[in-house]
Design a protein around this ligand. Structure first.
Ligand code: KIV
Length: 272
């Protein structure tokens, strides 16, 4: 079959699945076209995470994020990315009612964004939904351990697996997600030995966030690792301090404007 997008060669869901136990998967969250263009050459997966609600829209948590927001940001990322696999998060309330609701909303995401897969926060109660989606041609990434959409049940963003009962629960979440057919599983906020056990017990590659190097890959919220906030979780290494750089740049601009040293006359639109 001929294709109108021949120049674009994206990583595929099987490519990501086949990386189990091999070179670690490089994944970042991404929410806009220009950042997608910058991150794309370095990443295997760009996740349009529902963290967009917190880091871009200033919401207190991810509960208020809507399907329309996810689709809008998914479209933007797809315009900027050409080689990474793009996955879009299903927001709270868009899949929990059951497989048919999840199918309808996942189809909207794939059709309206062009992304290749969806992610949902998973576990035994969601396993049937994952199976239903996968059997109908929708690749699913799972998400176990600290599940931000469970904030109201958990009473905050809490690391998981601190005692035996919790450990068993997280292992069950991961194994049921794997058996349901997820092609990769995000493992968030668990200790290294638990991440290691999950990674050993599931056939899908695990992607850790605050879950040690034991996983098959890593993901971070990009705005956190770029240093855009004055507070980030302890495990996040800052690879840049953009908050300071942006603040300094805006202060320099403000000074130029107030000193009337900007724009220099010859730099206007009308310069020859
Ligand atoms: O929404 C998000 O950014 C995520 C990552 C934390 C994995 O789900």
């Amino acid at each position: 079959m001929s294709s109108q997008t021949q120049g674009v060669k994206r990583l595929t869901v099987p490519d990501i699945r086949n990386r189990k136990g091999k070179t670690p998967l490089v994944c970042l969250t991404c929410y806009s076209a220009p950042t997608a263009r910058i991150m794309d050459p370095h990443c295997d997966v760009l996740l349009v995470g529902d963290s967009v609600g917190m880091v871009v829209h200033g919401l207190p948590n991810t509960i208020g994020v809507t399907l329309d927001m996810m689709i809008l940001h998914g479209q933007a990322v797809m315009r900027g990315a050409t080689q990474a696999l793009v996955v879009v998060d299903m927001p709270f309330g868009s899949y929990e009612a059951g497989p048919e609701q999840a199918f309808e909303n996942a189809v909207r995401i794939l059709k309206e964004t062009g992304a290749q897969a969806v992610k949902l926060e998973s576990g035994p109660t969601v396993a049937d939904t994952i199976r239903y989606l996968v059997q109908r041609g929708i690749p699913v990434m799972g998400h176990v351990g600290l599940r931000p959409q469970a904030i109201n049940v958990d009473g905050g963003f809490k690391a998981k697996g601190r005692n035996d009962a919790e450990r068993e629960k997280v292992i069950l979440e991961a194994v049921s997600t794997d058996e349901a057919g997820a092609f990769a599983i995000v493992v968030e906020g668990v200790a290294a030995d638990l991440a290691e056990e999950i990674t050993r017990r599931v056939s899908a590659p695990t992607i850790g966030i605050g879950a040690s190097n034991a996983c098959d890959g890593q993901i971070l919220v990009s705005d956190d690792m770029l240093g855009l906030f004055d507070w980030t979780p302890k495990f996040v290494r800052h690879y840049a301090e953009l908050r300071t750089e942006i603040g300094d740049a805006v202060a320099s601009y403000a000074k130029d404007v107030r000193d009337r040293s900007f724009p220099a006359q010859e730099e206007t639109y009308f310069a020859k």
